[in-house]
Design a protein around this ligand. Structure first.
Ligand SMILES: Cc1ncc(COP(=O)(O)O)c(C=O)c1O
Length: 402
């Protein structure tokens, strides 16, 4: 119920608001990159690639560019990493691999997971390399390679503790891969495993690596040479696990983009490549006590200016950021107030100097000494920075710098 007094205040406010509305006026020229864009600094990708290869001291690097380069753009990221010295590329799906192969990336591309039958012929013709984690797939792959008249390179996946895909370590699997290695048109490039807790438990990680080493030795005894061996994801690279492993190749993703694999790990010297910007689309005055956004979960403690940002959860700015995140506007932080909507959210502009429609809003990135990181958003969302950057939707234009 709005009492008589409150009604009066609202009337007063509406008059004020009319005044403010005249004051804040869109300058569409400011929206040259549209309502929002993610800016990807390719020189940061290149610098991170060089940083990683320097840590590896000459050992090869597979740059993991799956999920459209963790939201940064798979092709552009791969090209920047390739020019800076990456030796191999890892993708999740055949579609991602085909996109890279078609874009002129020269280094080998490995599909790290399941490739559906309907895409095998095209993927084989495009020269992709494949992960083999069961005999049935290996046979279908061998037939596709025969049809294409070319050998395909395969990497055996060994499940040493992730519980996802792969042959279980042991004599049966060694015998099975020895049989697969004899299939026509398959050429064994190597093997890999995935570390489940390399940012957490060193003991478990070392056990996984030891199981993988045993498997490699047994495979060699059975006549299967696993030339390339890869297990080191970003956390394992940062922690320097088993870099003397025979045939070692790092297989790193998140550090390529300048983000740490875990808030507990200091990935020193990495440069975050992605900034996410928008602009204020609307500014208005609201009186103390006003509720903001769906569910009216947020009420203003004082009269203030409220800004609207034309980005929402459909862009990948998660709803969990409502009343938790902050953005940077005109060199100061503004808190997100109320629930994030599908396409918009609101900020309290009380601490923002001279706010105006069209002013840039930094959702992720730095402005002078202030910054909002993918990790900050991840903390609000109770997730990891990986999900934040992968989750920036297609609706957000990617603009490449440098
Ligand atoms: C099989 C595989 N290898 C490597 C990576 C890269 O991991 P990170 O980004 O932690 O380096 C991933 C990421 O999910 C993966 O699934």
């Amino acid at each position: 119920m709005i009492s008589g007094d409150d009604m009066y205040r609202m009337d007063e406010f509406c008059l004020d608001h009319a005044k403010f509305s005249n004051k804040f006026c869109s300058d569409h020229a400011k929206f040259s990159w549209g309502r929002t864009a993610a800016f990807i600094d390719l020189s940061a990708i290149a610098a991170n690639t060089r940083n990683i290869t320097a840590r590896l001291g000459g050992k090869p690097l597979m740059a993991v560019v799956k999920a459209d380069g963790y939201g940064h753009g798979g092709v552009m990221t791969a090209k920047a990493a390739e020019a800076a010295g990456a030796d191999y590329f890892g993708v999740a799906t055949a579609e991602e691999g085909l996109e890279l192969a078609g874009s002129g990336v020269k280094k080998p591309i490995l599909a790290l997971g399941f490739v559906e039958r309907g895409l095998l012929d095209e993927a084989v013709r495009a020269g992709l390399e494949f992960t083999v984690f069961d005999g049935g797939t290996a046979r279908i792959l061998s037939e596709a390679a025969e049809r294409a008249g070319r050998a395909v390179r395969v990497h055996f996946k060994i499940d040493t503790g992730m519980g996802r895909i792969g042959f279980a370590p042991g004599a049966d699997s060694v015998a099975e891969i020895a049989g697969i290695a004899r299939l026509p048109y398959l050429s064994v490039a190597g093997a890999f495993t995935h570390l489940a807790d390399s940012d957490g438990d060193p003991e478990f990680t070392e056990r996984q690596i030891a199981l993988f080493a045993d498997f490699r030795r047994s495979a060699h005894s059975a006549g299967v040479r696993l030339t390339l061996c890869h297990f080191a994801n970003s956390a394992a690279v940062v922690r320097g696990y088993a870099a003397d492993f025979p045939g070692y190749m790092a297989r790193a993703g998140i550090i390529l983009y300048g983000l740490s694999p875990s808030p507990a790990l200091d990935a020193a010297g990495l440069i975050p490549a992605l900034s996410w910007l928008s602009r204020l689309s609307f500014v208005k005055a609201l009186p103390a006590g006003s509720a903001v956004s769906y569910g009216r979960t947020y009420r203003l403690a004082r009269d203030t200016l409220v800004g609207t940002v034309p980005v929402g959860y459909a862009d990948g700015y998660a709803r969990a950021n409502g009343s938790r995140a902050r953005v940077i506007i005109n060199g100061a932080y503004a808190p997100v107030i109320g629930r994030v909507c599908m396409d918009q959210f609101m900020v309290d502009l009380a601490d923002i100097p001279n706010p105006n429609i069209g002013d840039p809003v930094t959702l992720i990135g730095s402005d002078g000494s202030l910054s909002v990181s993918a990790d900050d958003l991840a903390a609000n969302q109770d997730t990891i920075n990986y999900e934040v950057v992968c989750g920036i939707s297609k609706r957000v234009k990617r603009i490449y710098l440098n």
